[in-house]
Design a protein around this ligand. Sequence first.
Ligand code: PMP
Length: 425
Amino acid sequence: MTAATGPIEDDLPAVFSAVESEVRSYCRGWPTILATAKDSWVTDTEGRRYLDFFAGAGALNYGHNNDQLKSALLDYLSGDGIVHSLDIATTAKQNFLETFDRLILKPRGLDYKVQFPGPTGTNSVEAALKLARKVTSRESIISFTNAFHGMTLGSLSVTGNSMKRAGAGIPLVHATPMPYDNYFGGVTEDFHWFERVLDDSGSGLNRPAAVIVETVQGEGGLNVARLEWLQELANLCRKRDILLIVDDVQMGCGRTGEFFSFEAAGIVPDIVTLSKSISGYGLPMALTLFRPDLDVWAPGEHNGTFRGHNPAFVTATKALELYWEKPTFAAETAEKGLLLRAGLDEIAAAYDGVSARGRGMAQGLMFTDADLAADVCRSAFERGALMETSGPSDEVVKLLPPLTTSRSDLEAGLQILAESVAATV
Ligand code: PMP
């Protein structure tokens, strides 16, 4: 969740430390002032270029200032298209809903209603949790170890990270963590504990409304759930009448290859959260998707001023048309993911205590000595690449390049990473 940990001396203008809160984090690892960006590259005010293997934490799957998305946006703005509209019907929203239905839902046989819950990932998660509780009249939610779902109180209650949880300042209740796939290193049978406490009236577990899960835990350190594990989880939820929420905020929109990260497992969640790259341009936008029979909201029961950001609808529609009309983009992403993984495996093979992990274009290197990951990111920054750490101890260098990154730029990034590891370990 950070670009690098530990204090870094910087020579940024004093306004940042004097006026902006201490809560700022990414700028501490990347102490420079960014000015412009194009595709997979960003440029700072000194004219230094950085290869972006961070992509707005997964919000820029189609790169920075993608030409075709930008021209759709500029056309819309120069035609005085509606910018702000709460949830009033607009042409931009109509186009988005029609395109999302035609290119994403229908071809996958997914029968979901679309809610615009507010512009961020955590808005999408809050809506999902509220809806699950309303539908089932139950309070508790099952989450997983090392999960990350956002910073507002509901999302934080199902998030694992103790530092982030402590920031709540109040007890985070009505959520119970269960072991994510491979938590016991394959020693304990999957779901043994979960099934046992569900069925045991003496366990102390309230009957849950829902389970919320990431197919690959991005902030949690690129922990990849096996497809069989996801299938078993979906089966268990169905058998026990528990709603399954897949949080696809970071791994959706093609990050793992297919549009939704759960497609590979062949499961159909009851509720899905999407944000980050759904607008395609880095504009704030989020969706909560759910089965039509779960649509028990009363009009206005879940509200918000920024649920209809039309510029985001415009770029989102264009991105779907450009990249999701044909299966080629997903296939190319899968192929680029393999390229990335092969490069990481090669680096990892040369060192003890370093291993590769991830799925699709969410890949990373884990270091047994956690401090090394931040040092590697710092070294990569000095060599002209943006890479962040993730994991409970920030022990993983996480690579999320834009999916549109060329093969030669992927290789250039791997080269920078290899040099950074060599200089650090
Ligand atoms: N869910 C997941 C899986 C995420 O990775 C994130 C953000 N890293 C969120 C929810 C929260 O999204 P946001 O920061 O936009 O609130």
